[in-house]
Write a protein that binds this ligand. Structure first.
Ligand SMILES: Cc1cc2nc3c(=O)[nH]c(=O)nc-3n(C[C@H](O)[C@H](O)[C@H](O)COP(=O)(O)OP(=O)(O)OC[C@H]3O[C@@H](n4cnc5c(N)ncnc54)[C@H](O)[C@@H]3O)c2cc1C
Length: 401
């Protein structure tokens, strides 16, 4: 009987665990270890923010893995020894015949440390109540959405948030008093998405009178003065700052022998195998190089990597096929009016990713909703998590005017 460990209960970990369950004999033990007791898709935070759907409606408890033949251990992984496939956790030491590391990414500590008072981390669920309260009072000044560094998760999300909040302000008759701006240190809004998508996104932002500050690296944030200083000395005042910190590898990953020089794991980009025998890595904790940059840190790619990694690990244990990832994937770009465009294609193509923008149509928003539901249902069932008292404090109380 084999015992396989999956570290992380996000897109990569859940896809891997379910693929392993499908491929391994029923008697084999599959254990998922994660600090969080729940799963939800990242874009559900934006839906909560603009009042489309409370976050909790899209949250599922990881304990439901147990009903699906996968053991769930809620614990923090504190050390990984790939040579022996031994993992230290706050729930004890675990050793396995195979390991999939899918621990996601954390935020660049220096960026996260600057975010307090009315400067919020747009990506953190804990910030949602504060952002909602600040939005309820926002009638003048500037709403500034700031990408603080690269790489960051889901490249389109800061621009989606800007567009959706612009729509939210317009619906409340407040947009005339509120200036809306978005900044990024990159030369383009979406460098990975190709010219068409960049032109299209620029057009959508311009049409709504949103100021776009490309090539604007943030040097410092002063929450007391409500001011951002960009490299070169330019400053911008804000009434509400929604910042997106750069992603950083989780310390336990950066400190493990699996990490490359900058702390990320760099597995084989086709099989997600690491240098260690029967140890794979998937999702945001990895750095996957492409011809021009790196594979976006996105759930779509974490899921694909988790599946491929799991299939190859099952083959290491029992033989069989060796599927490989071809670099093909897609990113959603949500737009006002419940429309979704997609950027689809071969992100591994040479000399640059061969991706194409599909313009939004009526069905695309429903397809994105279905995409979320398919994963929640397949991995953890249909019923939302039962809210705890902490959740009640956080629960969405849509800002009503
Ligand atoms: C606002 C927003 C919108 C987004 N929109 C999209 C989108 O439209 N499409 C898309 O594809 N992606 C989107 N994303 C990105 C997507 O959410 C991430 O890329 C995806 O979650 C990465 O999956 P992962 O499994 O690598 O990591 P995660 O989903 O972050 O999972 C990491 C897991 O590891 C666990 N963990 C971490 N450290 C430890 C530790 N030391 N010990 C134990 N457990 C640990 C965590 O508890 C968690 O279970 C969005 C993200 C945000 C924030």
């Amino acid at each position: 009987m084999a015992h396989v460990l999956v570290l992380g209960g996000g897109f990569g970990g859940l896809a891997a665990a379910h693929e392993l369950r499908r491929r391994l004999p029923p008697g084999d033990d599959i254990t998922v270890v994660a600090t969080s007791d729940r799963f939800f898709v990242g874009f559900a935070k934006l839906w909560d923010l603009v009042g489309f759907r409370p976050l909790l409606d899209g949250v599922r408890p990881l304990e439901r893995l147990d009903e699906r033949g996968i053991r769930f251990v809620r614990a923090e992984v504190t050390a990984i020894d790939p040579a022996t496939r031994t993992v230290q956790t706050t729930a004890g030491t675990l050793t396995a015949d195979g390991l999939v590391v899918a621990l996601g990414a954390t935020y660049q500590p220096a960026h996260a440390a600057q975010l307090h008072q009315d400067a919020y981390n747009l990506y953190h669920a804990d910030a949602l109540p504060g952002i909602r309260a600040a939005l309820s009072e926002l009638t003048s000044g500037r709403l500034l959405v700031c990408v603080l560094g690269t790489p960051y998760l889901c490249p389109p999300a800061p621009f989606e948030a800007t567009l959706l909040l612009d729509e939210w302000l317009r619906a409340r008759g407040r947009r005339a008093g509120v200036d809306v701006a978005v900044s990024t240190p990159a030369q383009l809004t979406l460098p990975v998405a190709g010219d068409d998508a960049n032109r299209y996104l620029a057009g959508e932002l311009k049409a709504r009178d949103i100021t776009v500050l490309t090539d604007h690296a943030v040097e410092s944030i002063d929450p007391d003065a409500r001011q951002v200083r960009f490299r070169g000395g330019q400053t911008h005042e804000w009434e509400l700052l929604l910042a997106v910190p750069a992603a950083a590898p989780p310390p336990v990953v950066a400190e493990s022998p699996l990490a490359g020089s900058d702390g990320w794991i760099e597995p084989d980009r086709h099989t997600f195998a690491t240098d260690a025998d029967r140890v794979y890595a998937a999702g945001d904790c990895t750095l996957i190089r492409t011809a021009t940059a790196q594979l976006p840190k996105a759930g779509v790619f974490a899921e694909a990597a988790g599946r491929i990694a799991a299939a190859n690990l099952a083959t290491d244990l029992y033989g069989g096929d060796r599927p490989t990832f071809d670099g093909y994937g897609y990113c959603f770009l949500e737009l006002p009016g419940q429309r979704v465009a997609t950027v689809t294609g071969d992100f591994y193509a040479e000399p640059e990713p061969a991706v194409r923008l599909a313009l939004p149509d009526d069905a695309s928003f429903r397809a994105k909703q279905q995409w979320e539901q398919d994963r929640l249902t397949a991995w953890l069932g249909t019923d939302p998590i039962r809210p705890s008292s902490a959740d009640h404090e956080q629960e969405s109380t849509y800002v009503a005017d």
